[in-house]
Write a protein that binds this ligand. Structure first.
Ligand code: OFO
Length: 182
C-alpha cells in the first residue's frame, strides 16, 4: 500500500516520463526534417525507452492498489539550433529527471516504504546510464565541431541503435518484459 504523498509523487514522475517521451519524439521529428535519419532513429529509440519508464510507474501504482492518474503533458520544444544543442538539452532534461528520482527515493526512505525504494532502485541505475549516453555523444559532437562530414558519420552510427525495451504493454509491463526475455 502506498502513502498519499508517495502515490502523488509517483504519478508526477509518470507524467515526467511521458513528457520525456514527448520531448524525444519532437527531437526525432526535427532530425528527420533535417535529413538526419540516424539521429532521428536514436531519439525514437529513446522515445520507446521513456514510454517503458512511464509504463513501469503506471503498473507499479496499480499493483500497489493506487490510481495511475493521467495529467496533461506539456508541449515540448520543436526547433533546435544544432545536434549539439539538442543533446545539451537532452542532458539537461535527464539531470532534472535524475534529481526528481532522487527526491522520490528520499520520500520513500523517509516514509520507510521499502517496496517503493526497491522499485525506484532500477531508475537510479538507469539515470546513470542515461546521463552517460548523453555525455558520450556530446563529447563526440564537440570534437566534430559542426563539420558536416563528421555529423554524417555520427548519423550513420546512431542509425544502428535498436529498441531493447518492451513496446507492447496491453497485458502489462511485466508480461511484456517476459515476452522479450527481459
Ligand atoms: Fe526516463 O529517463 Fe529519460 O527521462
Amino acid at each position: 500500500m502506498l502513502g498519499k504523498k508517495v502515490e502523488e509523487s509517483l504519478n508526477e514522475q509518470m507524467n515526467r516520463e511521458l513528457y520525456s517521451a514527448y520531448l524525444y519524439m519532437s527531437m526525432s521529428s526535427y532530425c528527420t526534417s533535417k535529413g538526419l535519419k540516424g539521429f532521428a532513429n536514436w531519439f525514437m529509440v529513446q522515445y520507446h525507452e521513456e514510454m517503458f519508464h512511464a509504463m513501469k510507474f503506471y503498473e507499479y501504482i496499480n499493483l500497489q492498489g493506487g490510481r495511475a492518474l493521467l495529467k496533461a503533458i506539456s508541449q515540448p520544444p520543436s526547433a533546435f539550433e544544432s545536434p549539439l544543442d539538442m543533446f545539451g538539452k537532452t542532458l539537461e532534461h535527464e539531470q532534472y529527471i535524475t534529481k526528481s528520482i532522487n527526491e522520490l527515493m528520499e520520500l520513500a526512505i523517509a516514509g520507510k516504504d521499502h517496496a517503493t525504494q526497491i522499485f525506484l532502485q532500477w531508475y537510479v541505475t538507469e539515470q546513470v546510464e542515461e546521463e552517460s549516453n548523453d555525455n558520450e555523444i556530446i563529447a563526440q559532437l564537440k570534437i566534430i565541431n559542426d563539420d558536416p562530414q563528421g555529423i554524417m558519420l555520427l548519423d550513420r552510427e546512431l542509425a544502428g541503435r535498436i529498441t531493447t525495451v518492451p513496446t507492447e504493454f496491453s497485458k502489462g509491463v511485466q508480461a511484456a518484459a517476459k515476452g522479450q526475455g527481459a
